[in-house]
Design a protein around this ligand. Structure first.
Ligand code: PFF
Length: 458
């Protein structure tokens, strides 16, 4: 098949082990760590939620990340071509790639809008007109941004153009080069902010808010939320890690890389929580969930600290950096599919992706203004995109990928990828991961999904 030859001859890839790590970690780390993780953990019972999140990460997330990367590296192609290449004759496993592309568009539609607010806030923080110790005031500035359709759309286009611009430079000179420079900066900013925050008097209260278990808050819906977060965090269930796996070097140790990425991503989430909540409690604020924590509470809290404007700019800059690596990986999925399967040049594939996103994204960008009253089934388009991707599409994709590797692909080829053709001696590990993917991962995901959607509670 012509597209396959094309795929294996002229594709780029990550050039070094460090590049692989930066790009892959760059995909995992994102708004999920800062915008979702701390507030979801805090609101859903602290340590109990964290435990379920960790279990989902270990038994579902990690095996799936390994599986996706292995598929990608074996096939060296986009998700649709990769599955076509590896599937048994005539089986329709390539549809996972199609669903993955749809999920990528759906996530980007709302994700790019939150990134838009973050970019707007970087600009505002630098110009110093964001700080106010009065939450009513910071709420008003946030509303002024999100309820203005022009600003909401313009900032979204700025984000899309920025990410598209990096992707135009290609995999090595775009994705790899950008994440290699940005990720260290992100860690530096985070450690500085977290360290500072932990010296504040509210640190103890913050830690108990994050880590004290409140078991009564754990319902089936909360378990589904925790599992959905694990999928979202690790960028799995939709072919992103397959795509990046196709750029991995042949020498890269896949299980070790996935484990490192998982641990580093978890550290970023915990550090983000420790940067945010001590400050919130120290200045007498209540932790709130979702966007208001980042965009309303944080500016009010930082206004009360010495050097607040610098801290605030640093905070939104680090959030923007995190979001950039995640957006790059999301957008790369349709770009490489359009490039390799439709034969569009990479620049054209990028432009077409941006065009589609401009249209889809507008539905989410305008969810708080022009389309605010359009709430089919009680959710805005923004909330639907968020809900459906994490709670339905990614888990369903995860089940399909686990079944593909566990039952259709064949353990020998999978083990060869995990052990770099025997060089790493990971045979026992491959066996364990295979067994998990066969019997444990898909069943767990299905049970959690059904319970979370209320199927067992009548
Ligand atoms: N992992 C990213 C985050 O936590 O913000 C979000 C994400 C990126 C989800 C890439 C899915 C994806 F393919």
């Amino acid at each position: 098949d012509a597209s396959r030859t094309h795929a294996t001859t002229s594709r780029g890839g990550f050039s070094s082990s460090l590049g692989v790590l930066a790009a892959t970690l760059g995909s995992a780390v994102g708004l999920g760590n800062i915008w979702k993780f701390p507030s979801l953990t805090g609101a859903n019972g602290g340590a109990g939620f964290l435990l379920i999140y960790l279990l989902s990460t270990l038994f579902i997330g990690l095996p799936l990340m390994v599986a996706e990367i292995a598929i990608g590296r074996q096939a060296r192609a986009n998700p649709i071509s990769a599955l076509r290449q590896l599937q048994p004759r005539g089986a329709p496993w390539w549809l996972i790639g199609v669903a993955g592309m749809a999920a990528a568009f759906l996530i980007m539609a709302f994700y790019s809008e939150v990134v838009a607010w973050v970019f707007a806030y970087v600009a505002k923080a630098l110009s110093g007109n964001l700080l106010s110790s009065d939450p009513v005031q910071t709420q008003a500035s946030f509303d002024a941004l999100v309820r203005d359709p022009v600003q909401a759309l313009l900032w979204q286009w700025v984000v899309l153009a920025f990410i598209g611009g990096i992707l135009l430079l290609g995999v090595t000179r775009g994705i790899e080069a950008a994440t290699k420079r940005l990720m260290p900066l992100l860690f530096l900013l985070l450690v500085l902010l977290g360290g500072y925050s932990l010296t504040l008097p509210g640190a103890g209260q913050a830690l108990s808010f994050l880590f004290a278990p409140e078991w009564h808050k754990i319902t089936p819906a909360v378990v589904l939320t925790a599992m959905g977060l694990a999928f979202f965090k690790l960028s799995i269930g939709m072919g992103t890690m397959m795509t990046y796996g196709s750029y991995f070097t042949a020498e890269q140790n896949i299980p070790a890389t996935a484990t490192r990425v998982m641990l580093a991503d978890l550290s970023v989430s915990l550090l983000a929580g420790m940067a945010i909540f001590p400050a919130v409690f120290s200045f007498g604020f209540q932790p709130s969930a979702g966007p208001s924590l980042v965009f309303i509470t944080i500016p009010a809290v930082f206004a009360q600290m010495p050097g607040g404007s610098v801290l605030l700019a640093a905070f939104f800059l680090l959030t923007a950096i995190a979001a950039t690596g995640a957006m790059l990986s999301l957008m790369e999925v349709p770009v490489v599919i359009l490039h390799e399967r439709w034969g569009l040049s990479r620049p054209r594939a990028t432009l077409l992706t941006l065009l589609i996103l401009g249209l889809l994204g507008a539905g989410c960008a305008l969810s708080q203004s022009t389309l605010a009253t359009f709430q089919p089934g009680g959710r805005t388009l923004f909330d639907w995109a968020d809900y459906l991707s994490s709670n339905l599409l990614l888990p369903a994709g995860g089940i399909a990928i686990a079944l593909f590797v566990g039952w259709a692909w064949g353990e020998r080829a999978f083990a060869a990828q995990l052990s770099n053709h025997g060089q790493l001696g990971n045979q026992g590990l491959a066996r364990v991961v295979s067994l998990l993917l066969r019997w444990v991962t898909p069943v767990l995901i299905l049970l959690v999904m059904l319970a979370g959607l209320g199927v067992f509670s009548g």
